[in-house]
Write a protein that binds this ligand. Structure first.
Ligand code: ADP
Ligand code: ZN
Length: 623
C-alpha cells in the first residue's frame, strides 16, 4: 500500500467509527464517504446531493475526526437550531451564534471555542463576515469551512441570498482553510457559480443521484373544492405531512377545513406573525400536530426526517421547486408519498405573477412553468422525468413507484398514430402556429383564420374530428410535456423536436391520456393500495405506536423536535428487534453511544413491559 491509500483507508476507518459511535449508522449513503474523504484530505469540495441525501453528515463526521473547529455557514436561524439540537443530543459539541442570543450566551460559546472543546460552529454569513468574527476566528485552530445551502450564493439559483455573496472573501481571509460547499440544486450554471464565487480550488463536483426511490409520485388533475385533498389525507391519518397551497387564503381555508374534519393541522404562511409561525412549526416538529398547511414560505430548514407525505394542492412554479418541496418527504429513507394536484388555472395564475418580470428573467420563468406543466400533463414515469430534468440518465424501465408506472393513469392504446397525426399537422402548418390553432385544424374547425389561411385544405385537417377540441388540446400539451414538441418565440408557436421526429419513424411512442375518464384520488388510491414496505417487515406496529408516543414525551421534556430523539426508522427497528439489554439497544439503527446513554432506560423499560404484557418475545433474532 502506498502512503496515500494507507491514509485513505485510515480515514475511512475513523469515519466509520464516528458514524457508528455518534450516529448509530453502519453504512454511508451514496457519495457520503467520498465527500467526507475530501474534507479529511483538506481539498476544497462541492457536493451536490438531493434533499435527504445526508449532506450534513458529510461535514459533521469529518469535523469529529479532525483537530480544530469546523465553521458551518447556514442561511437560517431555524436551520442552525435544529442541527445544533440534533448534534447536542448525539453528544457532539456544537453551537450556533446568532442575533437572537444574549451577550453572555455568545460569550460562553466563544469560551468553548477558545478552550478547544467545540467541534462545530454554525453561523449565518452576515455574522461570519463581520470583522470582529473574522479576527476572532483567525486566532483559532480551524478544521475547515462548510457552506450549507451553497446555491444561495448564486443569482441563477432559486433561492439567491445577497448575504451569501460576501462569502467570496472567505478565501482571502483564510487562505489556508479548505472550503466545502453543499447543495441540492443541480444545474450546471449554479454549480459553476458556486465554485467561482467561493474560489474553490481544483474541484470536481460530487454529484449524487437525484433518484429518490423511497418516494412515490402521483399527479392528479384538480377538481373543484377540497374533496380530493380530504380523500387523500384519509390515507395518511395520524402520520406527519405537509400540504402546500399557492396563496395565504388557500392555506387558511384548507387548514380550517381539515380541522373541521378532525385532522390536526396548522397553517403556516408569511402573512402570520413570526411568533405564530414558529409556534406552529414547533408543534409540527414536536408532533403535537400531524399536518402543516403552508405556502412555500415553509420548508427550508425543516429537517424533520419522518414526513410521510407531501401534497401539493396546486402546481409549483418550477420542477426545481417541486423537487425540493416534495423532497421533504421521506428524508429518513423510509417510504413516503408525494401527490400533486394541478389545473390549467394554476399555470395562468403563475403566468400572471411573472408579469412584472422582463427579459431573460421572464424567459427563464416561463420556461420553468412550461416544464412544470409539462410534467403534470405528461405520462412519462415521474421518477424518470425528474432525474432527467436534473441532467441524469434514467436506466431502469418501470419505476414501480409513480402513478404512471403503477398504471393508475389511463393511457390511449393508439397513442402512436394519434401523436403522428398531431406532429404532422404541426409540420403542415409550417411550425408557424400555436397549440390552440393546431388543435382546431385537427378537429376540423371552421374558424375564419383557418379558412383564410387555406388550412382546411391540408391533409391533416379534421384528422382527429372524432375527439373534442379540448382533448386534442390536452394531447398537444402532453406531447410538449414529453419533449416531442417545443414552443418557440414570442408567439409560442409549436415545433417538432428531434425526439418528435423519432415518433414519425415509430421509434418512440408517446403516452397520451384517455379523454374524459380522469383519474380521481379514490380510483388511484383504490388501485395502488398501500404496499407494505420492506421496512415494516417484522415490525410490531402496536409497539411502534407506543414508542412514538414515548418519543414525543421525551422530546417534549428536552424541548427538541421529536425526530431529534430518534427517527422513524430507528423506532421501527426498535419495534422489530425489541431489545431488552443495553447491548441489543446499541444495535438499533440510529442509536449511537450518547443516545443510548440518554434514552436506553425509558425505551428499554417500555419495550420490556410491552413484551411482557403482550406475550411477545424480546430480542427478536434475525431482525
Ligand atoms: P440533506 O441535508 O442532504 O437533506 P440530512 O443531512 O438532513 O440530508 O439527512 C437526512 C436524514 O438522513 C437525516 O435524518 C440523517 O440522520 C439521515 N442520514 C444521513 N446519513 C445517513 C446514513 N449514512 N445512514 C442512515 N441515515 C443517514
Ligand atoms: Zn415511474
Amino acid at each position: 500500500m502506498n502512503v496515500r491509500t494507507e491514509l485513505t483507508s485510515d480515514f475511512t476507518e475513523q469515519l466509520k467509527d464516528a458514524l457508528s459511535r455518534h450516529w448509530g449508522f453502519e453504512e454511508f449513503r451514496p457519495l457520503q464517504l467520498e465527500a467526507m474523504l475530501s474534507v479529511m484530505d483538506g481539498r476544497d469540495s462541492l457536493a451536490v446531493l438531493p434533499t435527504g441525501g445526508g449532506k450534513s453528515l458529510c461535514y459533521q463526521a469529518p469535523a469529529m475526526c479532525m483537530d480544530g473547529l469546523a465553521v458551518v455557514v447556514s442561511p437560517l436561524i431555524a436551520l442552525m437550531k435544529d442541527q445544533v439540537d440534533a448534534l447536542t443530543t448525539a453528544g457532539i459539541p456544537a453551537a450556533a451564534v446568532n442575533s437572537s442570543m444574549s451577550v453572555s450566551d455568545r460569550r460562553r460559546v466563544m469560551d468553548r471555542i477558545q478552550s478547544g472543546e467545540l467541534k462545530l460552529l454554525y453561523l449565518a454569513p452576515e455574522r461570519l463576515l463581520i470583522p470582529r468574527t473574522i479576527d476572532f476566528l483567525k486566532q483559532q485552530q480551524l478544521s475547515f469551512f462548510a457552506v450549507d445551502e451553497a446555491h444561495c450564493i448564486s443569482e441563477w439559483g432559486h433561492d439567491f441570498r445577497p448575504d451569501y455573496r460576501g462569502l467570496s472573501s472567505l478565501k482571502t481571509h483564510f487562505p489556508r482553510a479548505a472550503i466545502h460547499a453543499y447543495t441540492a440544486t443541480a444545474t450546471q450554471q449554479v454549480r459553476t457559480d458556486i465554485v467561482e464565487q467561493l474560489g474553490l480550488n481544483s474541484v470536481v463536483p460530487l454529484v449524487g443521484s437525484f433518484l429518490r426511490s423511497n418516494l412515490q409520485y402521483h399527479v392528479l388533475k384538480r377538481e373543484s373544492g377540497n374533496g380530493q385533498i380530504l380523500e387523500l389525507l384519509e390515507r395518511f391519518r395520524g402520520q406527519s405531512g405537509i400540504v402546500y397551497c399557492l396563496t395565504r387564503d388557500d392555506v387558511d381555508r384548507v387548514s380550517g377545513q381539515l380541522n373541521d374534519q378532525g385532522f390536526s393541522a396548522r397553517p403556516y404562511h408569511a402573512g402570520m406573525s413570526d411568533r405564530e409561525r414558529s409556534v406552529n412549526q414547533e408543534a409540527f416538529l414536536a408532533e403535537h400536530c400531524d399536518i402543516i398547511v403552508a405556502t412555500v414560505a415553509f420548508g427550508m430548514g425543516i429537517d424533520k426526517s419522518n414526513v410521510r407525505f407531501v401534497i401539493h394542492a396546486a402546481m409549483p412554479r418550477s420542477l426545481e421547486n417541486y423537487q425540493q418541496e416534495s423532497g421533504r418527504a421521506g428524508r429518513d429513507g423510509a417510504e413516503a408519498e408525494c401527490w400533486l394536484l394541478y389545473s390549467g388555472a394554476d399555470l395562468m395564475k403563475w403566468k400572471h405573477m411573472t408579469s412584472d418580470l422582463s427579459g431573460h428573467a421572464l424567459q427563464l420563468a416561463l420556461r420553468s412553468l412550461d416544464q412544470m406543466y409539462g410534467y403534470c400533463t405528461s405520462h412519462r414515469c415521474r421518477h424518470a422525468s425528474l432525474i432527467e430534468h436534473f441532467g441524469q440518465q434514467w436506466e431502469a424501465g418501470s419505476c414501480g413507484a409513480c402513478d404512471v408506472c403503477l398504471g393508475t393513469v389511463n393511457v390511449m392504446d393508439d397513442a402512436l398514430i394519434i401523436s403522428q397525426k398531431i406532429l404532422s399537422c404541426v409540420v403542415r402548418v409550417c411550425e408557424n402556429f400555436g397549440a390552440d390553432y393546431v388543435a382546431k385544424v385537427l378537429t376540423g374547425s371552421r374558424d375564419q383564420r383557418i379558412l383564410n389561411n387555406g388550412h382546411d385544405q391540408l391533409s391533416t385537417y379534421s384528422l382527429l374530428s372524432e375527439y373534442s377540441l379540448k382533448t386534442v388540446r390536452q394531447w398537444i400539451e402532453q406531447l410538449a410535456g414529453q419533449g416531442f414538441l417545443s414552443r418557440e418565440g414570442e408567439y409560442r408557436t409549436l415545433a417538432v423536436t428531434e425526439s418528435g421526429r423519432r415518433v414519425f419513424r415509430g421509434e418512440q411512442v408517446p403516452a397520451l391520456a384517455r379523454p374524459t375518464d380522469g383519474v380521481t384520488a379514490s380510483s388511484a388510491s383504490g388501485r395502488v393500495g398501500r404496499k407494505a414496505p420492506d421496512s415494516w417487515e417484522g415490525v410490531d406496529q402496536e409497539l411502534f405506536e407506543i414508542l412514538r408516543t414515548l418519543r414525543r414525551e421525551v422530546a417534549g421534556d428536552r424541548r427538541v423536535p421529536a425526530y431529534v430523539v430518534f427517527g422513524d426508522v430507528s423506532l421501527r427497528d426498535m419495534a422489530r428487534r425489541r431489545p431488552s439489554t443495553d447491548e441489543a439497544f446499541l444495535q438499533v439503527h440510529g442509536v449511537g453511544q450518547q443516545k443510548a446513554k440518554l434514552f436506553r432506560k425509558v425505551f428499554l423499560d417500555a419495550i420490556v413491559s410491552y413484551c411482557r404484557d403482550n406475550g411477545v418475545a424480546t430480542d427478536a433474532t434475525g431482525a
